[in-house]
Ligand binder design. Structure first.
Ligand code: ADP
Ligand code: MG
Length: 604
C-alpha cells in the first residue's frame, strides 16, 4: 500500500479510542470543558448509560459563532498559552475531546456568549454542517447521540447502562468535591441520581467541608479530621481524613486530587495506606478526601489521556507530606472514635426486647456496683508513669463498690468517671452528658503501643533482664528470622539470641511489659515478621512490632480492675494520641449521649 496521510476523520476516530473509551469518559471531558468555561451550574443527562443520548448543559461563558466551528477542529484549544505544556492550569488542554467525540457520534454543539446570539453546529460522524441560529440561555449545550455508531466493534465492548451510569456518577462526585462553588446534577431522563447545590462562598475551608459533607454524607464529615500540611517549598495538602474507626471494606472511597484534578494515583494511595497502617486491619480501608496543591511545573499530568495518573518530580517529598500530614491530623484526633459506632450500638438496644432485664429499675445501680471491680486503689502505675506498664495486680481483692467512692465531677473529663466494670471486660463511665463503654483490652493495648512508640522515638525501650533466660522452641525459619532481626528487636527492648536449631533464648524483655509470657510474645513476633517481612523501612518494622508487643503487655479482657485503675485508664486515653481505636481500626470505646438513651426509653 502506498504511504499516505490519514484523513482527519480517521485520525479523530483513532484519538477517540484513547480520549473517550467509554460514555463516562466523554461526559467527563464535556463537564471539564464546562468548568474551564467558568460555569456555575452543570447539568448532565445520560440516557441508556450514555449510549443513545447524553446532554451536558452549562451556564459558562459560551462561544461565538466562529469559536463554535473552531472548537470542533482537532488541536484547537483556548487553554494553552505559549504552547507551554508544563503549565497546565485548565482541566482540558489537548484540544482533542470535542473533535474526537464528534467523530464517533452525532453531536450538536450549541453555545451563546453573554450578550450575544445563540448558534449551533451539527456534526455527523465527524462531518460538520454549517452553523445555524439556536435558542438557548447564555452558556453551552453539547448533545451527543448514538455514541460509537461509527465504530461498532467498540459498541460491543460497552458495559451495561447501569455500569456506565455508575462510572459517570462517580466521576461527577469527584469533580463536585473539587468545585464546591459549582452546582451539579446528573439524571437519566427519569430521575435525578446526583445533585448538589453551589456551596455558599464563606471561607474556602468551610466551603470545602460543606461540599464534602454534601457529596460524601454528613456522617463522613462528622467522623473525619481536617488535614493541613504545608511544606517549605509551598506544596500543600488539605482535606478531610476519616477516623480509623470509620472504615470501609475497599479503597474505593479514597478521593485524591492534584491541583484540583481528581486522580487515582498509586503513589498517593500507597501513602494513604502507610499513614493508616498502624490504625487499621489489613483488609480495612479509610475514607479520605485529600487535595494536594503544588507548582504545576513539579507535576506531570500529561502521563495518561484520561489524566487519572500523574508523575511527581519529587515523589518522596509528596509521600512524606501525605504520611506526615495524615499522621498529625489523626494523632490530633486523640481519643475520638467514630460516632457511627455509638449510633450502631443504639440500633441494637431494643426496649424491653432483646435485653431481658432481670432487675427492677431501682436495683440496677446496685447490681452494677456489685459487679464492679475490686483491687487496690492505687492508680495504674503502668499507664500513668513513664517508668513502666502494667504492674497491675492480678486477681480480685476486696474494695468498695464503685458507687460508694467519692466521684469527681464527671463534667471535667471527656471520657467521664468509671462507674463499673462489667464482665471483667468493659468499663462503664459516666460523662457530663452520657455514657461511655470502654473495651479495656483494646484501650490499654493502644496506650501501651503509644508508650512504646514514644520510648522508641526517644532512643530505645527500657529493658529488664530475666532471672532465668527463657528458651523458646520455634521452627527453623522463624528462629532464623528472629535472630536476623536481633538488632531491631533490641531497640524494642527485647534481647534474644539463636539457641541451637529452631530455638532462641530470650535474655531481656521490655521493662514496660514485664512480667510477661516471653514465649508467647516471641512466637507472635515471629508471625508478625513473616507477615510483614516485606517492610523495608526499619521505622515501619519497629512500629508494627511494637504493636505486637503492646498486645502482650495489655490488660486482657477478663481481668478485674479497681475503680482507680479504670479511671487512670480513662485519663490516659484522653492524653494519648490515636486512643480512639485499636490497631485494627475497631473503636476502643463507644459513647451514648443522654438524649439517645432517653430516646431508647421513649422519653423523647
Ligand atoms: P480542550 O478542552 O482541550 O481545549 P476540547 O476539544 O475539549 O479541547 O474543546 C475545545 C475548545 O472548545 C476549548 O478550548 C474551548 O475553547 C471550547 N469549549 C469547549 N467546551 C466549551 C464550553 N462548555 N464552554 C465554552 N467553551 C467551550
Ligand atoms: Mg476539553
Amino acid at each position: 500500500m502506498p504511504l499516505r496521510r490519514l484523513p482527519e476523520t480517521t485520525v479523530n476516530r483513532i484519538a477517540a479510542g484513547e480520549v473517550v473509551e467509554r460514555p463516562a469518559a466523554a461526559v467527563k471531558e464535556l463537564v471539564e470543558n464546562s468548568l474551564d468555561a467558568g460555569a456555575r451550574a452543570v447539568d448532565v443527562l445520560m440516557q441508556d448509560g450514555g449510549r443513545t443520548r447524553m446532554v451536558v448543559t452549562d451556564d459558562g461563558r459560551g462561544m461565538t459563532r466562529d469559536e463554535l466551528t473552531l472548537a470542533l477542529e482537532r488541536h484547537a484549544t483556548s487553554k494553552l498559552d505559549n504552547d507551554d505544556l508544563t503549565h497546565v492550569a485548565f482541566m482540558g488542554f489537548r484540544g482533542e475531546a470535542l473533535p474526537s467525540i464528534a467523530a464517533v457520534s452525532r453531536l450538536t454543539l450549541a453555545a451563546r456568549p453573554a450578550g450575544g446570539e445563540g448558534w449551533q453546529v451539527r456534526v455527523d460522524g465527524g462531518t460538520a454542517q454549517s452553523p445555524e441560529p439556536a435558542v438557548l440561555a447564555p452558556g453551552t449545550r453539547v448533545e451527543v447521540r448514538d455514541l460509537f455508531y461509527t465504530t461498532p466493534a467498540r459498541l460491543k465492548f460497552l458495559k451495561s447502562a447501569r455500569t456506565e451510569f455508575g462510572h459517570a456518577r462517580d466521576m461527577l462526585m469527584r469533580l463536585a468535591m473539587a468545585w464546591p462553588g459549582v452546582a451539579f446534577r446528573l439524571g437519566d431522563g427519569q430521575r435525578t441520581a446526583f445533585q448538589v447545590a453551589a456551596e455558599a462562598e464563606s471561607d474556602p475551608d468551610s466551603q470545602r467541608r460543606a461540599r464534602l459533607a454534601a457529596v460524601l454524607g454528613r456522617d463522613f464529615a462528622d467522623n473525619a479530621v481536617a488535614v493541613h500540611g504545608v511544606r517549605e517549598d509551598g506544596i500543600t495538602l488539605i482535606g478531610l481524613a476519616g477516623l480509623p474507626t470509620y472504615n470501609r471494606g475497599t479503597a474505593q472511597a479514597q478521593y485524591l486530587f492534584v491541583n484540583n484534578r481528581p486522580v487515582r494515583d498509586r503513589l498517593l494511595l500507597g501513602a494513604v495506606r502507610a499513614a493508616y497502617r498502624d490504625l487499621l486491619a489489613h483488609d480495612r480501608h479509610p475514607v479520605v478526601a485529600l487535595f494536594l496543591t503544588l507548582d504545576p511545573a513539579l507535576v506531570d499530568v500529561n502521563v495518561h489521556p484520561a489524566k487519572a495518573e500523574v508523575r511527581f518530580r519529587d515523589s518522596a517529598a509528596i509521600r512524606s507530606l501525605l504520611v506526615g500530614g495524615l499522621g498529625q491530623a489523626l494523632a490530633g484526633a486523640g481519643h475520638r472514635a467514630s460516632s457511627t459506632h455509638g449510633t450502631a450500638t443504639l440500633g441494637r438496644f431494643r426496649p424491653g426486647g432483646g435485653m431481658t432485664p432481670s432487675l427492677a429499675p431501682g436495683d440496677s445501680a446496685r447490681a452494677l456496683a456489685a459487679q464492679a471491680p475490686s483491687g487496690n486503689a492505687s492508680p495504674l502505675p503502668a499507664v500513668s508513669e513513664s517508668a513502666g506498664l502494667p504492674g497491675l495486680a492480678a486477681g480480685p481483692s476486696a474494695a468498695p463498690p464503685a458507687a460508694d467512692l467519692p466521684v469527681p465531677p464527671a463534667e471535667s473529663a471527656p471520657l467521664g468517671v468509671a462507674r463499673a466494670q462489667v464482665h471483667e471486660t468493659y468499663i462503664l463511665a459516666q460523662t457530663a452528658d452520657g455514657l461511655v463503654i470502654v473495651d479495656q483490652h483494646a484501650a490499654h493495648e493502644r496506650l501501651v503501643h503509644e508508650r512504646l512508640r514514644a520510648q522508641l522515638r526517644e532512643g530505645g525501650v527500657a529493658r529488664q533482664g530475666l532471672l532465668m533466660p527463657e528458651v523458646v522452641d520455634l521452627d527453623d525459619r522463624s528462629a532464623e528470622a528472629l535472630a536476623a532481626r536481633a538488632d531491631s528487636l533490641r531497640a524494642l527492648g527485647l534481647i534474644l539470641e539463636p539457641f541451637g536449631r529452631g530455638a532462641v533464648v530470650v535474655r531481656e524483655v521490655p521493662a514496660a511489659l514485664a512480667p510477661m509470657d516471653a514465649a508467647g510474645l516471641v512466637r507472635d513476633l515471629a508471625d508478625s515478621l513473616a507477615e510483614w517481612g516485606d517492610l523495608t523501612a526499619l521505622e515501619d518494622r519497629l512500629d508494627a512490632l511494637s504493636g505486637t508487643l503492646a498486645c502482650h503487655g495489655s490488660v486482657r479482657a477478663g481481668r478485674r480492675l479497681s475503680p482507680a485503675e479504670m479511671n487512670a485508664l480513662l485519663r490516659d486515653m484522653e492524653q494519648t494520641p490515636r486512643a480512639g481505636q485499636c490497631k485494627h481500626g475497631r473503636p476502643t470505646y463507644v459513647e451514648l449521649k443522654l438524649p439517645d438513651i432517653e430516646r431508647l426509653f421513649g422519653r423523647r
